[in-house]
Design a protein around this ligand. Structure first.
Ligand code: CAA
Length: 705
């Protein structure tokens, strides 16, 4: 075995006549300029080294290569370009074998596709996730993948962005074999030795023949293009991916590469790419709240949930799915039986859909225990309270938890807007109390607001973040206020929507405008889905404390008085005949709205979709600025992540703060000032927004601060 001088982030090592190149660039071996240069130099040097007969590419650490270095996008490109590195690998006169493990993604898979042979460990995950970043595989991936595995499979992997298992990759022909060895380097060397014994030479992927059945390939491309309309929902890069696949079919390899390059650069320049890359890093940044750097999480083995309603059951499922043990406490046997049934129902549905087998359900339910006495929670490490949204009720629960919980247990409330400080005050240990605000359905929704009260200790906060990590949730740190980050801002832009509805826009116009912006649903569709009764109860409770200077739109109350709570009652803002899932507009609702306008003395006026969105977003951004100014959210990116992961804000627009920066804060402020004369109390520009505009800064500058 002979050592060669390492090429920076690419180490060269000889194993007899095999050169092993190991990419060693933590944390994920992203293809930064150093790595690209190291690879290109090493491949070049190997060509003239007569002692080298084959080259093995492998990655150090947990992954082969996770892709291009996302941090370099938008900066001036440094040579060598990745496509050139790939071409140099493919052109090697000596066989190149890629030995794959961990993440083999994006540019990492493109490197592997440029090698002549591929062997993967069973746990490797292969994918072309560029679409998730608003891009397309830009280093030959759109040309080599279809030639190697056919257009249908190539389009599947490129348009979905999903990570395929080694087994699936083998079935497609994306890899040649799955290794018997437990370690990629050894597997690569053994495979190289076998190939050399057989006299196997270079086998460039550009010559692969999976596109030979042209009719089948064209049919796959046509099918993908037909699906774009319904699936891409405003995304820019998917249609460019299909264009590139068409080029793979129609053009010789080298001109196909040029077409791919041109399409890649279009994507790179698009605001969607910038927004999606922002979202990628923002989601990783939110997981690093200050407390997670300075404090250690407490143990998390046994968990408790108080309350077996929809939220409590969903939270229990999320915990069981993460492999944790859960004790659910309800007031009496009947309620407990209902709670357990809700948990089982989730699994029964998955079993019926074939997404879970009976053994999987049994294994999860074996970790579930029900109890009607709080004492069953005495050895729990963390308890989440998910009972009725009422301060007195919650305070009573926390007094009980204080009595029975072991010292050091973290006590969490799932309240969506109540004062966590007051809940903590019901205990003798406020340092152990925090908010864990799950979103419904709690086992599916990614967002988890971690609400830090005045006296919450840093290690309790760190424990909340650790729980989020175990549950695969997206955690965002929030301070205490009515509604925390998400619901507080939501209340304001929902109010903006209600004001427009009373002033002349129909709920159907507003929903259509909001969908047109890229949301999966409009606010009135969401209201119908969630059920109008909950909001109605809240409004009644708050009626006495409502600010009399704020206009109060009563339309929702008129619908609720009729028992029209949305989907579950067959009608709300929309009609849902015979249990339909999609609603149809209801002329009676329009008549009720008209009557309300008359009662309020309002002459309706038309609203364009453009004006609807300007008002909706100005209200959202303005309240978000208030939330920032008050320190409820640490940074603008925390707000972006809340809205991307919990409220359906279109990901390709990067979240409300990123979007506001794109539009320009001066423009948003001008909108607010334009709207203000009609309703000065509602449209009060945030002091932070004014300050940023006056100093020529944007929200992004606060992310860096
Ligand atoms: N470039 C730069 N940094 C990256 C990166 C990349 N491609 N992928 C991950 N990182 C960074 C993360 O930002 C994070 O950094 P911090 O610790 O500073 O926050 C660190 O690596 C670890 O990442 P995760 O926290 O996500 O770690 P994980 O173990 O949970 O997941 C992963 C690992 C599956 C590789 C995941 O990071 C991932 O999916 N990465 C992105 C993969 C991707 O999209 N690749 C395609 C890139 S585009 C491309 O390649 C274009 C082309 O064709 C030319």
């Amino acid at each position: 075995m002979a050592e060669h001088a390492p090429h920076g982030t690419v180490a060269s090592q000889r194993h007899d006549d095999i050169l092993v190149l190991t990419i060693d660039h933590p944390p994920v071996n992203a293809l930064s300029a150093d790595v690209r240069r190291g690879l290109a130099d090493a491949i070049c040097a190997a060509q003239s080294d007569s002692g080298v007969r084959a080259i093995v590419l492998t990655g150090a650490g947990r992954n082969f290569i996770a892709g291009a270095d996302i941090r370099e996008f938008g900066k001036s490109p440094q040579p060598p370009a990745l496509p050139d590195v790939c071409n140099a690998i493919e052109a090697s006169a000596k066989p190149v074998i890629a030995a794959l493990h961990g993440a083999v993604l994006g540019g990492g898979l493109e490197i592997a596709l440029s090698a002549h042979y591929r062997i993967a460990l069973a746990g490797a995950r292969l994918g072309l996730p560029e679409v998730n970043l608003g891009l397309l595989p830009g280093a030959g991936g759109t040309q080599r993948t279809p030639r190697l595995i056919g257009a249908a499979a190539a389009l599947d992997i490129m348009l979905s962005g999903r990570h395929a298992s080694a087994k699936e990759a083998l079935e497609w022909g994306l890899v040649d074999r799955i290794a018997a060895e437990p370690e990629a380097r050894a597997a690569g060397i053994a495979y190289a030795q076998e190939l050399l014994r057989q006299g196997a030479g270079p086998r460039p992927t550009r010559d692969a023949t999976a596109l030979q059945d042209r009719a089948a390939a064209q049919a796959a491309i046509d099918a993908a293009r037909a699906q774009l309309q319904s699936r891409q929902r405003g995304l820019f890069s998917p249609s460019r991916i299909v264009d590139a696949a068409q080029a793979a079919l129609d053009q010789p390899f080298d001109s196909g590469l040029q077409t791919e390059r041109a399409l890649f650069l279009q994507c790179l320049d698009s605001p969607q790419r910038a927004a999606l890359v922002h979202a990628f890093f923002a989601e990783r940044e939110t997981a690093k709240a200050p407390e997670t750097r300075h404090a250690q999480p407490r143990p998390l083995l046994r968990l408790g949930v108080v309350g077996g309603g929809t939220m409590g059951a969903g939270i229990a499922v999320a915990m069981l799915d993460a492999g944790l043990s859960v004790v659910m406490v309800e007031q009496h046997e009947e309620a407990l039986a209902r709670g357990r049934a809700r948990v089982e129902q989730v699994y029964d549905l998955l079993v019926a859909k074939g997404r879970l087998d009976a053994a999987g359900k049994a294994e999860r339910m074996a970790r579930y225990t029900g109890a009607t006495q709080y004492d069953a929670l005495s050895d729990a490490d963390l308890i989440v309270e998910a009972v009725f949204e009422d301060l007195d009720v919650k305070a009573a629960v926390f007094a009980e938890l204080d009595r029975i919980a072991k010292p050091g247990a973290v006590l969490a409330t799932n309240t969506s807007y109540l004062d966590v400080d007051r809940i903590a005050a019901a205990t003798s240990r406020p340092a152990d109390v925090l908010g864990l605000h799950f979103f419904s359905p709690a086992n599916i929704m990614k967002l988890l607001e971690i609400v830090v009260a005045g006296r919450t200790s840093p290690d309790a906060v760190a424990t909340g973040f650790e729980l989020a990590r175990r549950l695969r949730k997206t955690p965002v740190r929030a301070g205490v206020c009515d509604g925390f980050i998400g619901n507080r801002i939501l209340a304001v832009y929902r109010q903006a929507a209600d004001l427009m509805m009373e002033d002349g826009a129909s709920p159907y116009d507003i929903d259509a405008a909001v969908r047109g912006f890229g949301y999966p649903m409009g606010p009135y569709q969401v209201a119908d889905l969630a059920g109008g009764d909950i909001g109605w109860a809240t409004r009644k409770r708050r009626a006495a404390t409502r600010d009399p200077r704020l206009r109060y739109v009563q339309i929702a109350d008129r619908l609720c008085e009729r028992g029209w709570f949305g989907q579950k009652t067959g009608r709300g803002y929309y009609l849902y005949p015979d249990g339909a899932r999609t609603g149809t507009p209801d002329p009676e609702v329009l008549a009720i709205i008209d009557a309300e306008r008359q009662r309020a003395g309002i002459a309706p006026r038309p609203f364009s979709h453009e004006e609807i969105m300007r008002r909706y977003l100005a209200a959202m951004v303005n309240e978000a600025a208030n939330v920032l100014r008050e320190g409820i959210a640490l940074r603008p990116l925390d707000i972006d992540v809340v809205f991307l992961s919990g409220y359906g804000f279109p990901r390709y627009r990067g979240g409300p703060m990123h979007y506001a920066d794109q539009v320009g804060l001066a423009r948003i402020l001008a909108d607010i000032r334009e709207f203000a004369p009609q309703d000065p109390h509602f449209w009060q520009p945030s002091a932070l927004l004014i300050e940023l505009v006056e100093s020529g800064r944007d929200f992004a500058s606060l992310n860096r601060a």
